[in-house]
Design a protein around this ligand. Structure first.
Ligand code: NAP
Length: 272
């Protein structure tokens, strides 16, 4: 039987994962299919039983299941343990394991800038912020700080990772080598056209990484560029976390340029 792969989340909306992974299967000549499996939280237990019964080869996990799937697994990778969340299920020696490729998705685009990253501010304190903190620690950034609308959550996240936090209102009071946006501000839908950073607050900022990838060009990235600051788009994170998943499941490293073009063309065609 051809291998079965897919993504679970609720609601799943317009996930680009099926596009990327089905392209990967096609271009590498591998049999199998990657599907979208919208799964309500109350149906997670039944879904996880099905993963084992059907030996589903690979699962991408997104909101709201990234932590909820953990009790159903036989083990976690070191990265998933550190983040405290899972975005990838895979089999290893008969065991159903959880990994977190969101970290690789943030580390890879930042790696070329590593020497310049003395300080970093993470905006937001949800799941993506946890991956960002783990990634920045892996990159060896000396000073990492968290700012979040709900300050108590910033403080809790900072404590988990041994970092500092600042108030949301005070986030732009000093310059940072890197700002990482992990809030949905700027995302297509209700937040499009908004930014988590003041347009006149880029003095001394070295690099801005917006994890939002739809649209590719957010207000934050537009403002940063206008101020002469280098930028990284969330599309790069989405691409890298997806390529890492594909390699875990199949052992095949997909061609990055082709995958980027595929996603870019799709996002532009759908108004992203
Ligand atoms: P999450 O766990 O729901 O966390 C969302 C965070 O954003 C929370 O800290 C929340 O603050 C903050 N926030 C929400 N609305 C806000 C607003 N109006 N003003 C200020 N802060 C606000 O979500 P997540 O999983 O971390 O994902 C967050 C974003 O990351 C997604 O929207 C997506 O764009 C991006 N992402 C991108 C990729 C990729 O591959 N590029 C992967 C994962 C996520 P409170 O604590 O105050 O509610």
């Amino acid at each position: 039987m051809p291998a079965s792969y897919g993504i679970i989340g609720w609601p799943l909306g317009h996930s680009k994962s099926p596009l990327l992974h089905n392209w990967g299967l096609r271009t590498s000549g591998l049999p199998g299919k990657y599907e979208a499996w919208p799964t309500e939280p109350k149906k997670l237990k039944a879904f996880m039983a099905e993963v084992r019964a059907r030996r589903i080869k690979g699962v991408s996990v997104t909101i709201p299941h990234k932590q909820a799937v953990m009790p159903y697994l036989d083990g976690l990778t070191e990265r998933a343990t550190r983040v405290g969340a899972v975005n990838t299920l895979f089999w290893a020696e008969g065991k159903l394991m959880g990994d977190n490729t969101d970290v690789a998705g943030i580390v890879a685009p930042l790696a070329p800038y590593k020497e310049r990253l003395q300080s970093a501010l993470v905006l937001g304190a949800g799941g993506a912020a946890r991956a960002a903190c783990a990634a920045l620690q892996e990159l060896g950034v000396a000073e990492i700080c968290v700012a979040n609308r709900t300050e108590a959550k910033a403080q809790a996240l900072a404590k988990d990772f041994g970092l500092a936090s600042v108030s949301w209102e005070g986030r732009a009071a000093r310059p940072w080598s890197l700002i990482v946006n992990t809030t949905p501000l700027g995302m297509k839908g209700e937040h499009q056209g908004t930014s988590p950073w003041p347009a006149n607050g880029f003095e001394g900022v070295g690099l801005v990484f917006d994890l939002v990838y739809n649209p590719v060009r957010t207000v934050l990235l537009g403002d940063a560029k206008k101020a002469g600051v280098e930028v990284l788009s969330g599309l790069q994170m989405f691409l890298q976390q997806g390529l890492a998943q594909f390699e875990i499941w199949t052992g095949v490293a997909l061609e990055e340029k082709g995958a980027r073009q595929l996603l870019m063309m799709d996002l532009l065609a759908t108004g992203g």
